[in-house]
Write a protein of this length. Structure first.
Lengths: 113, 111
């Protein structure tokens, strides 16, 4: 059984650029949630995808968007990057479209200059 | 919105000591989870609690889901150096689909 994987591990972008982060869910899981973790803080919920549909969204602007594919892997896209978007982006997988028992990947560290 | 208050923010441990941390919420949760995060890595699930009053152990770790559904605690017995890290509580609201995280408890080794 494979765990949650994310790519890339690190990324450096400049303000105004766009970025795509990728996540493969744990085998057997059909739900992917994305979180943003600023330095020294707990993760903040961005949105969740369940069976390829957005299934809830946190307090993030529309320039944060996502996709889920038929194999349940997922992408997080951020347009018009701002300096405050610098953070660790975490993907978590679970089963059933709820908040319960989410398993996290190692994260992608994004630095916006 | 929902907020989780986690305390203490940091603590120093000496090998062999028992340590305790807790989380309180302004609203009820139907799931409490405890994670450990090492530097540069994602959170690793330690214990999941699904029922008010539930007490669950995982090796030297013990966690409880408070009766009011608004709090949870985590105990680590006989701490060892690899217990160093940041511990997060997280809760899921009834019919919710997201986890709300506490601010974390940073566990450090006494010099």
């Amino acid at each position: 059984e494979t765990g949650v994987t994310q790519s890339p591990t690190h990324l450096i972008k400049t303000r105004g650029q766009q970025v795509t982060l990728r996540c493969s869910s744990q085998s057997g899981h059909n739900t992917v949630s994305w979180y943003q973790q600023a330095l020294g803080q707990g993760p903040q919920f961005i949105f969740q995808y369940y069976r390829e549909e957005e299934n809830g969204r946190g307090n993030f602007p529309p320039r944060f968007s996502g996709l889920q594919f038929p194999n349940y892997s997922s992408e997080l896209n951020v347009n018009a990057l701002e300096l405050d978007d610098s953070a660790l982006y975490l993907c978590a997988s679970s089963l059933g479209g709820k908040g319960e028992t989410q398993y996290f990947g190692p994260g992608t560290r994004l630095l916006v200059l | 919105g929902q907020q989780l208050n986690q305390s203490p923010q940091s603590m120093f441990i000496q090998e062999g000591e028992d340590v305790s941390m807790n989380c309180t919420s302004s609203s009820i949760f139907n799931t409490w989870l405890w994670y450990k995060q090492d530097p540069g890595e994602g959170p690793v699930l330690l214990i999941a609690l699904y029922k008010a009053g539930e007490l669950t152990s995982n090796g030297r770790l013990t966690a409880q889901f408070g009766i009011t559904r608004k709090d949870s605690f985590l105990n680590i017995s006989a701490s060892i150096p690899s217990d160093v890290g940041i511990y997060f509580c997280a809760g899921s609201a009834p019919a919710g689909n997201k986890l709300t995280f506490g601010g974390g408890t940073r566990v450090l080794v006494k010099p």
